[in-house]
Design a protein around this ligand. Structure first.
Ligand code: BTN
Length: 251
């Protein structure tokens, strides 16, 4: 998939919302929207994604896959791995993935991913994969200061956002093609698990109407998190509307 179709905006409500509008107007697979700031940036589970001007990457990718709907959440993992890999290749070797949709460094959140799917009947019309990366942020709000970090705060240098965007997109397009060809995440499973921060940790799983603790073992070829429950049984946690945090904190 070529990636020449990047549209830049000074301000948007949300790059995910904009991509969906463009999709409805017929935008093609691979279209990318990047904004300098967002006035209504969306996080998972209805949260707001703080999106001040200038310092961070806010971007969304439009995909028009022909696979079944249950595979769409795997795209979050493909993107998470792609961003992590792009950043690790730039020297941020401590970047890890917090399943299913966060990247962390020094125990703090560096990047969040929001995947949204639009159906046409029972088939996928399009999928939006939105990515927010804290790049040159020098300070966070009181609410986020203990939980969030940026590349600048980690290395003390200002980074060029466009170069990082290019790296991420190149990596993602390559991984996406491999995923579509393979039909699952077997090709990525080992590398993904190697940088999975939850692995071999006690975690708290928050599903709609259900909350429990378990021991995380890693992801399987479907991108599900394998966890061992207290009674010893192994459960597969589907990467849909689920959150995972550490038993004693964020990780
Ligand atoms: C999360 O961690 O809750 C997911 C955050 C996703 C934020 C990005 S910023 C670009 C894109 N547009 C949005 O409105 N949200 C995603």
């Amino acid at each position: 998939m070529e990636n020449k179709n990047i549209r830049y905006y000074k301000q948007l409500d949300s790059t995910n919302t904009k991509i969906s509008e463009l999709a409805r107007d017929g935008a093609e697979h691979g279209t990318v929207v990047v904004a300098e700031c967002q006035t209504a940036g969306k996080g998972r589970r209805g949260r707001i994604w703080e999106s001040p001007v200038g310092d961070s990457i806010y971007m969304s990718v439009l995909l028009r896959p022909t696979f079944e709907t249950d595979k769409a959440p795997m795209l979050t993992l493909v993107m998470a791995y792609s961003v992590a890999d792009a950043l690790r290749k730039r020297g941020f070797s401590d970047v890890q993935i917090k399943w299913p949709n966060d990247l962390v460094i020094s125990g703090k959140k560096l990047c969040g991913i929001l995947t949204e799917m639009q159906l046409n009947g029972s088939e996928i019309d399009h999928v939006v994969v939105g990515v927010g990366v804290n790049v040159n942020t020098s300070a966070f709000s009181e609410e986020l200061v203990d939980k969030a970090t940026s590349l600048f705060l980690e290395c003390g240098k200002l980074m060029e956002k466009d170069a990082i965007i290019t790296d991420i997109l190149e990596r993602f397009m390559e991984m996406y093609e491999r995923f579509v060809k393979a039909g699952d995440l077997k090709f990525l499973q080992e590398d993904y698990n190697a940088i999975l921060v939850n692995k071999n940790r006690e975690v708290c799983i928050l599903e709609t109407g259900n909350e429990y603790t378990a021991y995380a073992l890693g992801v399987n070829e479907k991108g599900e998190l394998l966890v061992r429950l207290e009674d010893g049984t192994i459960k597969q946690v589907y990467a849909g509307e689920v959150s995972v945090r550490g038993v004693y904190g964020y990780i």
